[in-house]
Design a protein around this ligand. Structure first.
Ligand SMILES: *Cc1c(COP(=O)(O)O)cnc(C)c1O
Length: 419
């Protein structure tokens, strides 16, 4: 008798170490499994897996759906936005010339310079400039981290410039950068195509409408699709991106389930009750804000998303002296429980973290509120361990270095000195 899915899953589970339940109040994070995939995409992935498709036909269908959703001429689906960056740069260098496609990442004699503002060279789990260099291109930095101007942009353009990359992200420096419109205007005046990395942006049309040659999005972020990247824009350039699947794109291929799941997620996005989602998220934020009232040394404020997505988060600030615990030790205690609660901690060294409301299953907001109150009450009596930030950072590095051993038994004694 053939084993069914249940027995296979049960066998796998008994062979593997225990996994804890997780509640995600950190946002859409690759290391946590990205987002809750919408039911339409789950159904499409499941229906796709046992079938055969001519992939060119599936991607042609995707092209039409992407063009309609994003307002460009064409589109295609890649493994991720990171892959889409690499393939877009490859496309700008070699177009659809199959001999050149197979020659990459050897770019000798090609136009291979890519413009990137210094404040846009982000790290999203890996360095953005590496995604550019993977194609064989060279990054030419424009300006400094907190300042870029038109003279620097024009001065960076040479006869070897093949493209310019513009990043819209909370990770990027949010001031002193060239506005997208100005960036596009000057690049286009010199014949340089502009690719916009908009991986985490809700607005599917804005960047193409502003004149971008390509706009890149992640299917697995706000869209609630499977892990994939979306490329939208000018037909000739999209065709060249797709052609890279016969070259360096092979190792970054997206399967049938990624293509059909992304199409379903894009279609579902068009009919989603966005106002209803917004209202539910606002209710989570006020629930958490009232849960924190009455704790000395704990402040909270609703903050808008830094790149203008229609999304607010709750900033929770701790004064360790009065609250009895620092922001990082509270975040650590939340992540150490079962269910593990993961907060948004990019700026935790400043003494605050964020609660992100957009990846919760019904009822989880209550668990978060209850756990926050429980830990803050315990902290007042000194019952929650205070750990120096440098020690927590060292443990994280040690856990990475010691994988696949569990974090509690680090093999590698990585330590960084306390400041
Ligand atoms: C998430 C992100 C990426 C990487 O996207 P993946 O689809 O996960 O590869 C790239 N750029 C920005 C701005 C991002 O937010």
């Amino acid at each position: 008798m053939r084993p069914n899915h249940q027995t296979i899953l049960a066998q796998q589970a008994s062979a593997a170490p225990e996994l804890r339940n997780a509640i995600n109040v950190s946002g859409t994070m690759t290391w946590l499994g990205a987002s809750i995939v919408v039911p339409e995409a789950v159904a499409a992935v499941s229906a796709a897996l046992p079938q055969f498709f001519v992939i060119d036909d599936l991607q042609r269908q995707a092209s039409a759906v992407i063009a309609q959703a994003c307002g460009g001429e064409a589109g295609c689906i890649t493994a991720s936005t990171s892959a889409a960056v690499t393939l877009s740069i490859a496309a700008a260098m070699v177009g659809c010339d199959l001999v050149q496609v197979e020659r990459l990442p050897d770019t000798q004699g090609l136009k291979n310079e890519v413009l990137l503002q210094a404040g846009h060279n982000i790290h999203y789990g890996a360095p953005l400039d590496q995604a550019i260099r993977l194609a064989g291109a060279r990054v030419v930095t424009v300006g400094q981290s907190t300042s870029a101007n038109v003279a620097q942009l024009l001065g960076a353009i040479t006869e070897r410039t093949c493209a310019a990359l513009y990043v819209v992200s909370h990770h990027a420096v949010q001031y002193g950068q060239l506005p997208l419109g100005v960036f596009i205007e000057h690049c286009h005046a010199r014949g340089v195509p502009v690719i916009v990395d908009a991986a985490s942006e809700y607005d599917l049309r804005r960047f193409i409408a502003a004149g971008a040659d390509l706009a890149l999005y992640s299917a697995h972020k706000f869209l609630g699709g499977p892990t994939a990247g979306i490329v939208a824009g000018r037909r000739e350039l999209v065709r060249a991106v797709y052609a890279q699947n016969h070259g360096i794109g092979r190792g970054m291929k997206v399967g049938k389930e990624g293509i059909l799941g992304t199409i379903a997620a894009l279609q579902a996005w068009g009919t989603r009750d966005h106002a209803g989602v917004r209202a539910r998220e606002a209710a989570h934020l006020s629930l958490w804000q009232s849960a924190l009232l009455g704790f000395a040394g704990v402040g909270s404020a609703v903050e808008a998303d830094p790149t203008g997505n229609p999304l607010d988060r709750l900033r929770v600030t701790l004064n360790a002296d009065t609250a009895g615990i620092s922001a990082w030790s509270l975040a650590h205690a939340l992540a150490s429980g079962d269910p593990a609660i993961f907060v948004r901690d990019h700026e935790i060294e400043h003494g605050y973290f964020y609660l992100d409301p957009c990846n919760l299953h019904p009822g989880q907001e209550q668990l978060v509120a209850a756990r926050l109150r429980e830990l803050l009450a315990a902290a007042r009596t000194g019952a929650v361990e205070e750990i120096p930030l440098a020690e927590l950072q060292a443990r994280k590095l040690a856990a990475q270095a010691g994988w696949p051993l569990a974090a509690k038994e680090p093999r590698c004694q990585t330590r960084i000195a306390a400041p």
